[in-house]
Design a protein around this ligand. Structure first.
Ligand SMILES: NC(=O)c1ccc[n+]([C@@H]2O[C@H](COP(=O)([O-])OP(=O)(O)OC[C@H]3O[C@@H](n4cnc5c(N)ncnc54)[C@H](O)[C@@H]3O)[C@@H](O)[C@H]2O)c1
Length: 324
């Protein structure tokens, strides 16, 4: 019999990629999303998709028969979270509490909580080990709040909670519509539209980028190797690249001859992220998609989607580049 799992945030970037991967591996997948940020276009055929808010009191009904819940649904545009702290807490903290309550009611015993490298934004230890967190922004604090609720309910009800702290994930279906879109989407879309991308600051900020296929393989491992559950893992490549380096690599692939425009730094962004992946590598998982390969695939994907009219720069005239 096929193992049944649930994915919240199934219509979003990482959730939709995870659903496709799990389906391809023969799992039965229930996808949950209220489509507040995700799109139906991202929902793969064959997924048992339920359009529902994670805060809905009938959520348990949708989780019945699942072995694991991958909890990815969250409000996570940094600017949006800063402007709407109450709504952010209601979704990321209270919503997570509701997911846990629904799991208890439905008899689901394992949650994988999508945590974030933003937990390290007040820490200057590089690479960042999992045991030293200092969230500062509304987004990071709300994710910490959700993680603490997970720990508490899990210990109270004997659930297993696995915390996966993603660093900067990139790949197909990345949410390019955000007010401040992810850096790779912003650069690629603008260069392909013949426009000069904007960099806030001097381009020296650096991030640990990880391809979504490598995130998928880690999640899959958690289903097949229960011995590795119940811990906190950093999910990054273990290498940091500056914004300028990313720009130059994308421009090298596209050869537009365009240079970036520089604007004043955006407040509240960490100068650097870099994952200490020693615990993660202990599981036998290792990232397979190099930045060269991942960027090539990403540029090809974006070009194809722009040619199909599915991605349009004009929809976001203020498209500009930050990094988080
Ligand atoms: N993308 C990254 O690089 C990154 C890095 C660190 C952590 N994360 C975490 O990974 C998870 C997924 O991120 P993503 O980049 O795929 O974001 P995303 O915005 O593309 O996906 C989030 C999904 O959650 C859904 N959602 C939001 N509120 C909901 C609600 N109340 N009920 C039901 N669904 C709701 C949205 O519609 C969206 O489809 C988030 O928890 C995020 O905090 C992402």
């Amino acid at each position: 019999m096929k193992l049944r799992v649930a994915v919240t945030g199934a219509a979003g970037f990482i959730g939709s990629n995870l659903c496709s991967d799990l389906m391809a591996q023969g799992f039965e997948v229930v996808g949950i999303d209220d489509l507040s940020a995700g799109t139906l276009e991202n929902v793969q055929p064959g997924i048992d998709f339920r359009k529902i808010d994670i805060r809905d009191e009938r959520l348990a009904h949708h989780l019945t028969g699942c072995e694991t819940v991958f909890h990815l649904a969250a409000k996570n545009c940094l600017l949006d979270c800063a402007r709407n702290p109450v709504e952010t807490a209601l979704i990321n903290v209270a919503g997570t509490a509701n997911v846990l309550g629904a799991m208890v009611e439905a008899g689901v015993h394992h949650i994988v909580y999508s945590d974030t490298s933003a937990e390290y934004e007040g820490i200057t230890i590089f690479p960042s080990p999992v045991n030293a967190v200092r969230p500062l922004s509304v987004y990071a604090c709300s994710k910490r709040g959700g993680a603490l609720v997970c720990e508490s309910v899990a210990s109270l009800h004997r659930l297993t909670a696995t915390f996966v702290r993603y660093f900067n994930v990139y790949g197909p279906a990345q949410d390019w519509r955000r007010v401040v879109p992810p850096v790779m989407s912003a650069f690629t879309i603008q260069l392909l539209s013949g426009k000069r991308p904007t960099i806030y600051g001097d381009g020296s900020k650096s991030r640990d980028f990880i391809h979504v296929d490598d995130v998928n393989s880690f999640h899959r491992m958690l289903l097949t190797e229960p011995a590795f559950r119940g811990k906190t893992y950093n999910l990054g490549s273990g290498k940091a690249h500056t914004v300028l380096d990313i720009f130059e690599r994308i421009e090298e692939l596209l050869r537009t001859g365009l240079s970036p425009l520089f604007k004043d730094d955006l407040p509240g962004e960490a100068q650097k992220t870099l994952a200490d992946t020693s615990e993660t590598l202990h599981t036998g998982w290792t990232p397979h998609v190099s930045l060269e390969e991942g960027l090539k695939r990403f540029v090809d994907y974006t070009r194809r989607r722009m040619n199909e009219g599915a991605i349009t720069a004009s929809e976001r005239p203020d498209l500009s580049t930050s990094i988080f």
